[in-house]
Design a protein. Structure first.
Length: 189
């Protein structure tokens, strides 16, 4: 993302915020993660936005039917397609911790094919869904299904796109600084 665009100037919020809605959502988020990502502190300027993100993110993680590694591939494919430096750094770090092979994560970050054909089909279809705004060709959908995925997996990808759109766009608007926890995996679009 280019930082030549004007960024939002709303302040990063904290769990001790005077607004009870902001304080509540940030306290809950920090308790769950053990720290408060910069992205959450910015998104809390609209507590409903952060709440929607957190609920959708948990739903994707718990109910998508995809493995933890497959989930990271989807989230990285969306975030690289959208050019979100913050989310690519964060999900590269999570992918490393989730056992995604480094060559798979690096291929996604570099826009290269993944050697594993099934995982490559997952990343390709996810990018197609983002780029086509949810209107994949019949051939693209069939290739995804032929790789061993289901129509329900398509809906899981739609959920991930909704969630990552919230975070990717928020990070673009705030030019969110990458947290130190993710700094080892900084990425440039």
């Amino acid at each position: 993302m280019s930082h030549s665009e004007r960024a939002l100037t709303l302040p990063a919020r904290d769990p001790d915020d005077a607004d009870p809605a902001v304080a509540a959502i940030l306290t809950k988020a920090r308790a769950k993660l053990g720290f408060l990502p910069n992205m959450y502190r910015n998104m809390a300027n609209a507590p409903g936005l952060l709440e929607t993100y957190l609920v959708g993110y948990d739903a994707f993680r718990q109910n998508s039917g995809l493995t933890a590694a497959e989930q990271e591939i989807v989230l990285l494919a969306i975030s690289t397609t959208n050019g979100c430096q913050y989310c690519v750094a964060a999900h590269s770090t999570i992918a490393d911790l989730s056992g995604v092979p480094g060559d798979v994560t690096d291929a996604l970050r570099d826009g290269l094919p993944i050697a594993d054909a099934r995982l490559d089909a997952l990343a390709s279809f996810t990018r197609t869904m983002v780029e086509s705004r949810g209107l994949p060709t019949a051939a693209a959908l069939q290739a995804f299904l032929d790789a061993g995925f289901t129509e329900s997996d398509v809906l899981g990808i739609v959920l991930a796109i909704a969630v990552k759109t919230i975070s990717n766009y928020s990070n673009h608007l705030f030019h969110t600084e990458v947290d130190s926890a993710f700094a080892a995996r900084v990425w440039e679009a």
